[in-house]
Design a binder for this molecule. Structure first.
Ligand code: URA
Length: 214
C-alpha cells in the first residue's frame, strides 16, 4: 500500500475488526452507531498520544511518588462535521470528557461545481487556545475537510488534527495540499472514489447508515 506522510492508520486488530463490521451492508443503524462510537474511542486514544505530561507528587496508600504523570494542561476541542461526524463525538468525549465541542455544518453545493457551502458554525469561544480534533466519518473528496480546517484556522486554532474512520488517496491529497501540517488519523485508506464520489469499497452513505435515513 502507498504510504502517506502525516497519516496514521489505526491498525489495532479491534479497530480493524469493527471497521469491517460497519462495512457490512447487513449491519443496521443501531449496531452501526455503537461500532462508530467504539471506533472513535480507539482512534481518539491514538490522536491524543502526543499530549504532554508533567510530574506531580502524590501520596499512594503505601508511600510517596514524586513523579506521577498527569496530562499537562493542553485543552482539546472536538469539531464534528455534520452530519456524519456527530456519530464520533460521544466516543471521543468518553476518552476526554472535559473537551469542548464545536459544530460545523457543510453540504456539497452541486450547482456550484461541487464546492463546499457552510450552513452552520458554532465553535468554542477559546478555540484559539485549544488543540482541535475535527471529526468526520469519511474523508472522501476532501472538500468539506479543507473548508472545515479553513473555518477552524480563521477562528484562531493552530494545532489541528483530522480524525475519520475511512479515507482514500484523493481525500488525503486534497486535505494535505491545502493543509499539509494537519495530521490525519484514520481506520483505513480505501481504494478511491467512484463516479458519485463515494469511497470504494467504503461503507456507503455514512450519515444515512448512522441515522437510518435511507
Ligand atoms: N460520504 C459518505 O457518506 N460516504 C462516502 O463514501 C463518501 C462520502
Amino acid at each position: 500500500m502507498v504510504k502517506f506522510d502525516n497519516v496514521i492508520v489505526c491498525d489495532h486488530p479491534l479497530v480493524q475488526h469493527k471497521v469491517s463490521l460497519i462495512r457490512d451492508k447487513n449491519t443496521g443503524s443501531k449496531d452501526f452507531r455503537e461500532l462508530v462510537h467504539e471506533i472513535a474511542m480507539f482512534m481518539c486514544y491514538e490522536a491524543t498520544r502526543d499530549l504532554p505530561l508533567k510530574d506531580v507528587q502524590i501520596q499512594t496508600p503505601l508511600g510517596e511518588l514524586a513523579n506521577a504523570k498527569i496530562i499537562s494542561g493542553r485543552k482539546l476541542a472536538f469539531v464534528p462535521i455534520m452530519r456524519a461526524g456527530l456519530g464520533m463525538v460521544d466516543g471521543a468525549l468518553a476518552l476526554v470528557p472535559t473537551a469542548k465541542v464545536g459544530h460545523v455544518g457543510i453540504y456539497r453545493d452541486k450547482l456550484n461545481g461541487n464546492t463546499a457551502a457552510d450552513y452552520y458554525c458554532k465553535l468554542p469561544f477559546d478555540i484559539a487556545n485549544r488543540e482541535v480534533i475535527i471529526l468526520d466519518l469519511m474523508l472522501a473528496t476532501g472538500v468539506s475537510a479543507v473548508k472545515t480546517v479553513d473555518i477552524v484556522k480563521n477562528a484562531g486554532a493552530k494545532n489541528i488534527k483530522f480524525m475519520c474512520v475511512l479515507t482514500c488517496p484523493e481525500g488525503i491529497k486534497a486535505l494535505h495540499e491545502a493543509h499539509p501540517e494537519v495530521e490525519i488519523i484514520c481506520g483505513a485508506i480505501d481504494d478511491g472514489l467512484n463516479e458519485d464520489l463515494y469511497i470504494i469499497p467504503g461503507i456507503g452513505d455514512g450519515g444515512d447508515r448512522l441515522f437510518g435515513t435511507r
